[in-house]
Design a binder for this molecule. Structure first.
Ligand SMILES: [Fe+2]
Length: 292
């Protein structure tokens, strides 16, 4: 029997420590797990089913999910092409890892790979953030494209993939273009060709500037990452309300399939972690997408 208040406090601290330790071990292990997530976009103007894979937020400086597990899911999905949603690495030191991953991916899948940069990639282009050894966006893109003829880094551009159009919008936080105008222009270009448009962009907050044109964007699917699905989900969504500055998660739009004010949107939980190598109530995923 515990006799004093101090003994009760000591017991409470011991129990709290044990539960915290168990929680940390679980979260560390869970960050190493990856699942295949199958989704469909039912868009107008589809001529033929388009089947592709989307991965995002690799954060290779924290090597958690075994690469082979990622590649096995992608190869098994047998995609026509692979989209990469940015945040390859968060540090200059891990850029070689980003190169290794992209080179290995290109070797394994042997289909076109299209990549757009995220906010963590952009940090590497900023001397104020990473010092004098910063790299340029153009230089980094060229070094990745040099790894394989199948890799292309896209930046505020639209390309025709045959049955679908693919557009890539630069990261919201460093965006230098008018998102509303450019996304509408892309949507109109795809509509003229009677094709659906896949709009790849790292941060889903960009969608807020597309809503005003939602009526003209019914054939558009926006695909993004960035939120890590919360990564470590906390009571009252503290990760979104207090820590992150993003707008959509504060509105409850942080992961999965949404129709955000008329815009078709999928937000992936990504593959890697930032800040802490842990996940709780959020699992790393390879997204296999069919546009039907
Ligand atoms: Fe990220």
């Amino acid at each position: 029997m515990l006799d004093s208040v101090w003994e009760w406090i000591l017991l409470f601290i011991i129990l709290l420590s044990v539960f915290s330790l168990i929680g940390c071990i679980y979260a560390l292990n869970h960050a190493k797990k990856v699942i295949r997530k199958d989704i469909q976009f039912d868009l107008e103007t589809v001529r033929r089913r388009s089947h592709f894979v989307f991965i995002s937020d690799l954060h290779l400086n924290m090597k958690l999910v075994p690469w082979n597990n990622i590649f096995d899911i992608i190869v098994d999905a047998d995609p026509e092409y692979v989209l990469v949603g940015g945040d390859l690495s968060s540090t200059l030191e891990s850029v070689p890892l980003a190169h290794d991953f992209m080179a290995e991916l290109a070797k394994r899948v042997n289909v076109p790979i299209y990549l757009v940069f995220g906010n963590h990639d952009h940090n590497l282009f900023d001397e104020k953030k990473v010092g004098a050894s910063f790299i340029t966006r153009e230089g980094y893109a060229a070094s990745i494209e040099k790894l394989s003829n199948n890799i292309r880094v896209l930046h505020n551009e639209i390309i025709d993939l045959g049955d679908v159009m693919l557009a890539a919008l630069e990261d919201y936080r460093t965006c230098t273009v008018n998102i509303s105008e450019l996304s509408l222009k892309w949507a109109q270009e795809a509509e003229k060709k009677n094709k659906p448009l896949i709009l790849l962009t790292h941060n889903p907050d960009s969608v807020r500037f597309m809503c005003e044109n939602a009526q003209q964007m019914k054939h558009v699917a926006v695909i993004s990452g960035h939120t890590h699905g919360g990564q470590i989900r906390t009571p009252f969504n503290i990760e979104y309300t207090l820590i992150r500055h993003d707008v959509l998660p504060k509105e409850g739009v942080a992961y999965g399939m949404h129709n955000y004010k008329g815009i078709n949107l999928y937000i992936s939980s990504g593959l890697g972690c930032s800040a802490l190598p842990m996940r709780y109530k959020s699992t790393a995923e390879v997204v296999v997408i069919d546009v039907i």
